[in-house]
Design a protein. Structure first.
Length: 543
């Protein structure tokens, strides 16, 4: 009997939870209130040990790879959202089962009899706990946290009361009897009544979920992020406009369309910062602490423009977590001049709205004017998902060293591990030179002087260290130099092309590159963790 009870409890708990998720979602879209499942997921992802998180991400990326599920970043975020909802659904079921189980025991809850009090108490406790989580791990909602807390708690109280009410409704002597003779329930009028009740309940829960989700989805589709263009920052003609090299068909775009730029961060929902109230305090070990608004940063400092290729350290060889766009900001050195670091200041600690943080060595900033506080990409203020209103660019490092959504900058005398470093990733996260084949354009074979050629192409990248040479090898042949296109800047990837005078059959193509100063790329195959992927990229093709 207990088992039946627990199962009924799990079902009722899960149904009630599905219904309130619909309500939360509609309210999020309509009134910008928090959507607790995402906040709970963000909380869990931050407290789990780093290796577990990385392991989880790895599994998600492997699945996306193996089943060709589209863009890694978008699919992974969708997967996280799905997981959040499933997780909360499961928790709701577990609480329902627990509630039904406790109610049945001769315990204190039993004494409360047939009131709705025990359910209300459970809802209150769960609601308060979830409100605390939301308070700390929601970076999206614009609603005051106290108000959000009341909203979340109220919804959970209703949730608890509903579970309680359903329990009372099911727990009639008759229905207890039928659960005891569960093998032959159809013979009992009460059992039919009980089943009908559960079906109605399921229908009601599903209706609320569908309506809530529908309203939410409709409101969501009406929202569109407006890009705020900045005239002076709009990239004009590309500096390599006159380069003769035409990329082999199928080569990635040299300049990534903004909507295709990869996105990676620790958030299920995109943090949203209100530029009207945002102010950046820059202080700590400095003579002159300041506070900057977005307006200040845009107007009071010399702007700087750079074409930049950025990659996630989690990008696999040939993966899509790497992109190139045009960045606008101001050199961090301009800020140094103004705040005047004290002699004991050795590092800068950068903090973000989502609880992310990193350290930058002051020497790195002093020795490279291109460390840049960035407010615009592709000629417009940063999109929310790319760090609005302010992010930093640190040359020669993977993305994990470069916080988005910056909320605070402190000058300090001691280094500490940043968010990903404290979770086992490389301290320096220096970019590794890599080269990749995007295409062996078998559909674009052409003839010249009686010989057939197949265009082969891709990119090579070593951050600001630059690329001097790319070589291609077919099967076990000689390494042959490819033609290089002038890059958009010394920091962007280099597009290369090699036209192979081909022979029919199945072939293996390999690529390697050399840095500007003659350093060859690493040829040993290494996975992404902890220092970034490297190795010789291979591609098979039949001609
Ligand atoms: N605040 C914050 N900044 C962050 C991250 C983050 O999770 N939170 N992720 C970093 C990582 S791992 C990468 S690869 C880059 C990606 O920037 P993008 O999403 O704009 O491409 O942002 C970096 N900055
Ligand atoms: Mo990353």
């Amino acid at each position: 009997m207990t088992q039946t009870k627990n199962r009924a409890g799990a079902l009722v708990g899960a149904l009630a939870t599905a219904a309130i998720m619909g309500i939360f979602y509609a309210a999020e879209q309509a009134a910008d209130l928090p959507f607790p499942p995402f906040d709970i997921f963000q909380w869990i992802s931050r407290i789990l040990p780093g290796f577990l998180v990385t392991f989880g991400i790895d599994i998600i990326v492997t699945i996306i790879d193996a089943f060709n599920l589209g863009q890694t970043d978008d699919t992974a975020k969708l997967g996280e959202q799905l997981l959040s909802v499933l997780l909360v659904f499961g928790l709701g079921g577990a609480l329902g089962a627990l509630y039904f189980g406790l109610q049945q025991k001769e315990g204190p809850t039993q004494k409360l009899g047939r009131t709705l009090l025990p359910g209300a108490i459970m809802g209150l406790l769960v609601g308060i706990a979830v409100s605390f989580i939301s308070d700390r791990y929601n970076f999206t909602s614009s609603v005051d946290n106290t108000l959000s807390g009341f909203w979340i708690t109220a919804v959970f109280v209703v949730w608890g009361v509903v579970i309680n009410w359903v329990y009372n409704r099911l727990d009639t002597p008759a229905s207890l009897k039928t659960t005891a003779v569960a093998d032959a329930p159809e013979t009992s009028v009460q059992s039919i009544d009980r089943r009908r009740f559960l079906v109605i309940l399921g229908g009601a829960a599903a209706t609320i979920t569908v309506i809530g989700t529908g309203i939410g989805a409709y409101l969501n589709s009406k929202k569109e992020e407006v890009l705020v263009k900045i005239t002076g920052a709009i990239p004009q003609d590309f500096p390599n406009l006159n380069d003769k090299l035409i990329p082999a068909p199928g080569t990635r775009p040299e300049y990534t369309p903004l909507e295709d730029h990869y996105r990676i961060d620790i958030n299920v929902s995109i943090p949203e910062i209100d530029a009207d109230t945002w102010e950046l305090p820059i202080g700590g070990l400095v003579e002159n602490p300041i506070k900057l608004t977005l307006d200040d940063i845009q107007n009071n400092y010399e702007p700087m423009y750079q074409y930049i290729t950025m990659s996630c350290i989690s990008n696999r060889l040939g993966g899509d977590l790497i992109s190139t766009t045009h960045w606008t900001g101001t050199s961090f050195q301009n800020i140094l001049k103004e705040v005047k670091p004290k002699p004991e200041a050795k590092f800068v600690r950068i903090e973000s709205v989502d609880g992310f943080w990193e350290y930058v060595d002051l020497e790195v900033i002093r020795s490279d004017e291109k460390v840049m506080l960035t407010y615009a990409w592709d000629g417009a203020l940063l999109k929310a998902k790319h760090g609005f209103p302010l992010r930093i660019h640190i040359p020669n490092r993977y993305g994990m060293k470069q916080p988005k959504w910056i909320t605070k900058i402190d000058f300090v005398d001691e280094w500490e591990a940043g968010y990903w470093v404290s979770r086992g990733w490389d301290k320096e996260a220096l970019i590794k030179a890599t080269s990749v084949i995007d295409t062996v354009a078998v559909d674009d074979v052409y003839e010249q002087g009686g010989q057939q050629f197949v265009p082969v192409g891709g990119m090579a990248w070593a951050g600001p260290r630059g690329i001097s040479k790319v070589e291609v090898q077919v099967d076990d042949g000689e390494w042959v130099e490819a033609d290089l296109r002038q890059p958009l800047s010394e920091k962007t990837w280099v597009i290369w092309r090699y036209d192979w005078p081909f022979s029919e059959g199945d072939h293996t193509f390999r690529v390697r590159c050399t840095e500007e100063d003659g350093t060859p790329q690493l040829t040993d195959t290494e996975g992404t963790r902890p220092s970034g992927a490297s190795g010789i990229y291979e591609k098979e093709a039949s001609l």
